[in-house]
Design a binder for this molecule. Structure first.
Ligand SMILES: Nc1ncnc2c1ncn2[C@@H]1O[C@H](COP(=O)(O)OP(=O)(O)OP(=O)(O)O)[C@@H](O)[C@H]1O
Ligand SMILES: [Mg+2]
Length: 366
């Protein structure tokens, strides 16, 4: 369905508009969108996360200091061993692949060994596959090294990481390692000390929206401001999640509005959640409990509800001491829910305590 909708006639005009606004990224996006299905044919569309995976470092948004550093390495060629650590969907794998492309160009095919969590990466693989690759002779551009990419390296066993220590040193004149992971503490210390650690953070709303708008233009996706805000709300700085939510909403409903995004992502609607917190803070506990009950009967779990309550509450315009108290109560409730106390009673208790806190602050202020 998405392929048919995505190939509407306005696609070419809006993709050229995107190209004018952001020349490098726009050209790549326009080229990608030109491969979309032709009208009348039913072809399976590629996931947008892959279709719009940046090919060059310049197309990566967010984490500017790190990307700038990688660009310099890409031009000058002196790549050191590195660990890229950070939350999912922030561009770690993409950055390593772009860097390898910048450094090696067409030689990348022979000079890069990429192993991820789906490959067997026990100690035998380190002893055999990685060592054999490191010893292999490959024709490289001058001043460049072979690159071994160990993606999702935090899932490698400690013994496999131990076996890597010496290999990294012995072959350092010909081979460099890039390890990508979510949690750098799962990489053993001796390896951390051999690498430069680049820490990625969640992508800012501004950068996510910038990228989403480029994709929307390239794919002719009708979207409004609230729809974009809903995607930001549901993706929390994870660009993969944002693109997936955008594509699912477009495929399901043909336009990106707040209501459509919330239906696809199946999260409690932030406006309903906001009425709960607002009512509790303003002293109308009955209204808060009634809205909570309506969310509960829609089938949302306590985990879903308490998480959304937290995300909504932290944006509320309250006095700081009260806001901190409210967040503390939500935090305690989240802890209880995570411990397995998932009945509505816990959520009702949370509303009551938020109400109590607000009243106490109100009487202090009075
Ligand atoms: N900074 C970014 N700029 C542009 N697109 C991005 C960025 N980060 C992620 N994306 C999009 O999200 C997809 C997934 O990114 P990537 O595989 O690099 O994430 P990751 O950080 O390696 O996540 P994980 O920790 O789950 O492996 C990419 O294909 C791309 O479409
Ligand atoms: Mg990755």
């Amino acid at each position: 369905m998405a392929a048919v909708v995505g190939s509407s006639s306005s696609s070419s005009s809006s993709s050229s508009a995107a190209a004018t606004r952001a020349p490098a990224a726009g050209a790549a996006l326009a080229a990608a969108s030109s491969k979309a299905a032709t009208p009348g044919t039913l072809s399976l569309e590629m996931p947008w996360v892959e279709k719009y995976r940046p090919k060059e470092l310049a197309d990566i948004v967010g984490n500017e200091p790190i990307v700038e550093r990688l660009k310099i390495i890409g031009e000058e060629g002196n790549m050191n061993n590195m660990i890229l650590a950070g939350p999912p969907g922030t561009g770690k794998t993409t950055s390593v692949l772009c860097l390898a492309r910048a450094l090696l160009g067409p030689a990348m095919k022979d000079a890069v060994l990429e192993l991820n969590a789906s490959d067997d990466r026990g100690i035998d693989v380190v002893r055999n596959k990685i060592k054999v690759f490191a010893q292999k002779k490959v024709t490289l551009p001058p001043g460049r090294h072979k690159i071994i990419i160990l993606d999702e390296a935090d899932s490698m066993t400690a013994s496999a990481q131990q076996a890597l220590r010496r290999t990294m040193e012995v072959f350092s004149s010909t081979t460099r390692f890039a390890l990508a992971c979510n949690n750098s503490t799962k990489i053993i210390e001796p390896i951390q000390s051999r690498c430069a650690v680049l820490r990625y953070s969640r992508i800012s709303d501004f950068d996510v929206v910038k990228r989403l708008r480029e994709v929307c233009d390239a794919e002719s996706v009708p979207s409004d401001k609230d729809g974009m805000a809903a995607i930001l709300f549901t993706s929390e700085g994870d660009m993969r999640q944002a693109l997936n939510n955008l594509q699912s909403t477009f495929a399901g409903f043909g336009s990106v509005t707040a209501a459509n995004v919330m239906r696809v992502c199946d999260q409690p609607h932030p406006m309903t959640v906001r009425t709960i917190v607002d009512a509790a803070v303003k002293g109308d506990l009955d209204a808060a409990l009634a809205s909570l009950r309506s969310l509960w009967t829609e089938g949302y779990s306590s985990q879903d509800i308490v998480q959304t309550v937290f995300r909504v509450a932290r944006t509320l315009d309250l006095d700081e001491p009260l806001l901190l108290d409210v967040l503390k109560e939500i935090g305690f409730t989240q802890m209880r829910v995570a411990d397995g106390l998932t009945s509505i009673l816990q959520l009702q208790g949370m509303c009551a305590r938020i109400h109590q806190r607000a009243m106490a602050h109100g009487s202090k202020a009075a």
